[in-house]
Design a protein around this ligand. Sequence first.
Ligand SMILES: C[S@@+](CC[C@H](N)C(=O)[O-])C[C@H]1O[C@@H](n2cnc3c(N)ncnc32)[C@H](O)[C@@H]1O
Length: 287
Amino acid sequence: MDDLRRHYEQHPYPRYPLLASLRRKDVKHLSLADLWQRHNGRELPQELRRILVAGCGSFAPYPFSLANPACQITALDLSQASIKRARLHCLLHLRFNVDFILGDLLDPSVATGPFGLIDAYGVLHHLPDPLAGLMALKQRLTHNGLLRVMLYSHGARRGTEAARRALRRLGITDVASLEALYDRLPKGSRLARRLAETPEGNTDHGLADAFLHPQVTTYRVAQLAGLVAKSGLELLTFCHPNALSDPCQEWQRLAGLEENGTLDDNYVLLLRNATPAPQRSPAARNR
Ligand SMILES: C[S@@+](CC[C@H](N)C(=O)[O-])C[C@H]1O[C@@H](n2cnc3c(N)ncnc32)[C@H](O)[C@@H]1O
């Protein structure tokens, strides 16, 4: 975990300009009240207007705050530098309903639930044990609470992972050495092309995120299905680009793309904690 923290202290992610602003209609899909109504078929109770942005990075608290002005938002991250930047972004855009917490999502004593919605976008696949992370978040969800996760697909990351492994073997661990290597590489080589074609590859944080990350897990479709099954969470829908609304059909579509070698997107899933809250005995209730 120390390597991971060090990485994000050095390279907070993402790195949008502090004045980058969004309109409320751009972030409507992040509205807890709307998601709750759509998936639970009733109005969101007042006491569940609580959102956890787990592994919030340097930007996500701002769109969540904008989309959910009536909710209390907790933004949790391991990296002080990321929290500092995310807090500043919120302040500059007059978003005040966010509490920032420096801590590890695996620690049950921080950012305690219950939450109506938890977001962990691009976070769990950087943990040594992603299932443990998923279960730690599930513990913080209320009954019928919602969890959005983005996880890397094996297909989308194939080329990047090959380059990341090659760079690790070469002992390249910082952006300056990576850029120096790029200057020496034959321009047609596979590694040079991968470095040049990477989205955000023209920025330090983009290069670091793609190629210098200390910990990455990617998922084949069957592995993703296994992870969801082990978690005991209910899959409501996929929300990545081009996803079919019926999850069964989407599993099939993803499996077909993977088989053809054309699965080029990462997975975004909306899950629900269908486990009822433990019943308290009448004696305990009266205490
Ligand atoms: C790729 S960034 C994604 C940021 C944000 N979720 C987004 O979508 O823009 C991953 C973030 O997760 C944080 N993180 C990773 N492991 C964590 C953990 N165990 N507890 C809290 N934060 C963690 C990192 O510090 C980093 O800021």
